[in-house]
Write a protein that binds this ligand. Sequence first.
Ligand SMILES: NC(=O)c1ccc[n+]([C@@H]2O[C@H](COP(=O)([O-])OP(=O)(O)OC[C@H]3O[C@@H](n4cnc5c(N)ncnc54)[C@H](O)[C@@H]3O)[C@@H](O)[C@H]2O)c1
Length: 279
Amino acid sequence: MKVMVVGAGTMGSGIAQVFAQWEEAERVYLADVDAALAENGKRLIAKTLARLVAKERLSQEQADAVLDKLVTGTKEIGADADWVIEAAIEDVAAKKRLLRELDGIVREDAVFATNTSSLSITELSAGLNHTLIGMHFFNPAPVMKLVEIISGALTPQNVAERAEMLAKSLGKEPVRVKEAPGFVVNRLLIPMINEAVFLLSEGVASAEDIDTAMRLGANHPMGPLALCDLIGLDVVLTIMQTLQAETGDDKYRPAPLLRKMVRAGKLGRKSGEGFFSYK
Ligand SMILES: NC(=O)c1ccc[n+]([C@@H]2O[C@H](COP(=O)([O-])OP(=O)(O)OC[C@H]3O[C@@H](n4cnc5c(N)ncnc54)[C@H](O)[C@@H]3O)[C@@H](O)[C@H]2O)c1
């Protein structure tokens, strides 16, 4: 099978690695807006594989074989792909434009999947000739077992079955989800993080104590505020806004402190500061 992953950032490079390590993948195209960005994605994968080789979890020959399967460039390189995984930025207009462009490039019988965290699969698939399904991988994709398989109103049942089989064959644990804002994980997880930000802004407890409480009281491996820093405060805010806009329910109102910190550029680990400092 030939697979194209479009968007070579955090998720796209992780997903491309998962496919390139899968014995049934003959070739994995990794595409981005320009070839240099796609090549960066491949470098990220090479680094991850080198760490696995150092830990003796992979041989050098296996790592080389994975890298040999990865072909980088812009989306035109994957015209003969059987599956396309879209992993570009979480912006509905940008994703729609990209999917429309891919519609005109990739062979007609290919299946399109999107790694969107919260957007409507039905909206993204409107007007496409290709079938679209949600395949929501988690970060880091090579490590995290879960894949949410999301059917939109236009997704045929047999495509959902194929996506589920594909995820299993990649060594993942798929769950089938009907389209709904945030799907399952983000509908539960992101409002919990948002609530932690409310607790902090109300002065109920310190950031450290909120996180300690959830680590020790709920057995979470990481506290909600440290997790928010890891995901990115901007990403958490966007998902809360999507939940609120799509449901019209104010229970999904983003915490004003979250909005303020995003405006201040305090985005979490990626900016060096969020609820905790990473400088
Ligand atoms: N980061 C996470 O924890 C996470 C988890 C699950 C799902 N997601 C979803 O995965 C997707 C990607 O997120 P990310 O964190 O990897 O983002 P990222 O910013 O790290 O990477 C996005 C990449 O897409 C590229 N891109 C943008 N427009 C493009 C286009 N038109 N054509 C080709 N490439 C394009 C960018 O250049 C960038 O390299 C989003 O939809 C996000 O919601 C993210």
